[in-house]
Design a protein around this ligand. Structure first.
Ligand code: FES
Ligand code: FES
Length: 168
């Protein structure tokens, strides 16, 4: 039996402290003990982007991180985007503009776009495509995803809100 390590991290605003095996990946920790299954596992080697989350406000492939590496970090997963008032504007835009079909890739796209639109609320198409290129979708086609991003930009501008709320 491997020596267990204690990890403590804030996930979607809630602090969790758990014992984990040092080899446990962050995505397995989120999906297993924390039951946050919105973060998906595709390739498990950093290529597809399905497991993308925010770690201290920056995107990370959670299949490439160990849970112990996130000790002390502040994590946001797709479950942290919606509020009691409703879906995040980027989520709403994906629904309205058909930015998803099966939805397997969608959490990764959403988290990458939260980072992009937080840093640059008015990106060019080239800048958007650069981010979309880091995420693999096997069924939607990227045109509707691009339309969704444009819609999300407009929604955020109209609402006058940042894509990513400041970390607590
Ligand atoms: S599952 Fe992590 S990048 Fe594909
Ligand atoms: S919506 Fe199915 S993989 Fe992207």
């Amino acid at each position: 039996m491997a020596t267990m390590k204690t990890v403590r991290m804030k996930v979607n605003g809630v602090t969790h402290e758990s014992e984990v095996e040092p080899r446990t990946t962050l995505v397995d920790f989120l999906r297993g003990p924390l039951a946050l299954t919105g973060t998906h596992v595709g390739c498990e080697h950093g290529v597809c982007g399905a497991c993308t989350i925010l770690v201290d406000g920056r995107t990370a492939r959670s299949c490439l991180m160990l849970a112990v590496q996130a000790d002390g970090a502040e994590i946001t997963t797709v479950e942290g985007l919606a509020t009691p008032e409703g879906l995040h504007p980027i989520q709403q835009a994906f629904i309205e503009e058909h930015g998803l079909q099966c939805g397997f890739c969608t959490p990764g796209f959403l988290m990458s776009l939260v980072e992009l639109l937080s840093e640059n609320p008015d990106p060019s198409d080239a800048e958007i495509k650069d981010v979309l290129g880091g995420q693999i979708c096997r069924c939607t086609g990227y045109q509707s995803i691009l339309k969704s991003v444009h819609s999300a930009i407009a929604k955020l501008r109209t609402a006058g809100v940042a894509a990513q709320p400041p970390l607590a």
